[in-house]
Design a protein around this ligand. Sequence first.
Ligand code: NAP
Length: 414
Amino acid sequence: MQEIYRPGELPPLGEVPPYMHAAMIRPERYGAPEQAIRIEATRVPAIGPGQVLVAVMAAGVNFNNVWAALGSPMDVIGARQKAGAQEDFHIGGSDGAGIVWAVGEGVTQVKVGDEIVIAPVVWDERAADIRMGADPMTSTSALAMGYESNYGSFAQFTVVDEYQCHPKPPQLTWEEAGCFLLTAATVYRQLRGWQPHVVEPGDPVLVWGGAGGLGSMAIQIVRQFGGIPIAVVSGPSKEEHCLRLGAKGVINRREFDHWGRIPSAEDEVEFARWTAGLRAFGRRIWDVLGERRSPRIVLEHPGEDTIPTSMYVCDNAGMVVTCGGTSGYSADVDLRFLWMRQKRLQGSHGANTAQFRAVTELAAQGRLDPCLSAVVPFDQTAAVHQLMYENRHPAGNLAVLVGATAPGLVGRPS
Ligand code: NAP
């Protein structure tokens, strides 16, 4: 048996070599992705009961591997070592598409040779809270794969739990299939998971970062359910992308400057300037809608820079639903808007199995464009994360080819 294969090469189906190439992060390299992420050889991970070894054909690029590279706000390697893990490295990558290469004891839902996409969250199906009926994504055992857990998809092989496997939408190329599930399912949960604030026909929905990974999926999913997406972007080059996906209109956030923490009301000049920016932004939403209506749902993720605006422009009794803090975590909330106007500020994270399956099926039916904007070879893994870190990446989702030899391939090479 050959000990290790080059990226783009695959062993015979079902044969597991002892070593693989992986895009690794080590604590001594923590920093910007171009410095932190390097391709190295390492052992193929062992498969436990209920687990599946996947030969990764393509992996999706997400912001969480930028956070992992930085070692901040969490030292993911140190945190796992404190919990008893031996590995002194991190293999990132939460999204991916590939071929089931080996299955562990007790696996019944997938078999060797199946083509699958990977749901990027793991939990312990035996956890007490799950057994008591909790949504597994709210379980204390839930972890983001390839961020909180090791052995993500930026490697020739990754190990996943059986329930993480969903059928690959057959018409999608490997890189399309591998790039969208994390962002699509996260926004699906944000938009459909928090009753009674689920998007309904005619609901205006404000989508921050409309051309980003989450935003590109959100615009389409809002439209699927009859809502009216209003996208925010940072430049005219991204507007066309949002309109093509179905945004009713696009707001350029660079035309405003009231971002970040709320200034002290004692500084009357600064507070008045800030309030004027907030109101002007709200009026721009009305301009897009052509009527004086406010968003029933605001899809948040920039965090510190935008939460005050989100809480202000959200409709009375509406919901701001957040899954991130790209610009910072210390967001100010003016509690008057929260209680007087009876708004809801809801946290949302990942998705459950039904939500992952729902977006996979939307993609299989051709009703959700994965919005793949760029695909790079495996040796460009660090460079593509660097672009994301600098917010210089193109609109949509990004993918890295791992086992696939070229873009455009849809099935297992013969
Ligand atoms: P992305 O593709 O980089 O898109 C994010 C967009 O946000 C950017 O395109 C940018 O658009 C906009 N943005 C950046 N800084 C901003 C600021 N200061 N103010 C307003 N908008 C800003 O990233 P993504 O994959 O969509 O992820 C976005 C965030 O969500 C990340 O922090 C990620 O970690 C988090 N996330 C969380 C989960 C979860 O389950 N909790 C899942 C996925 C992602 P413009 O520059 O055009 O405005």
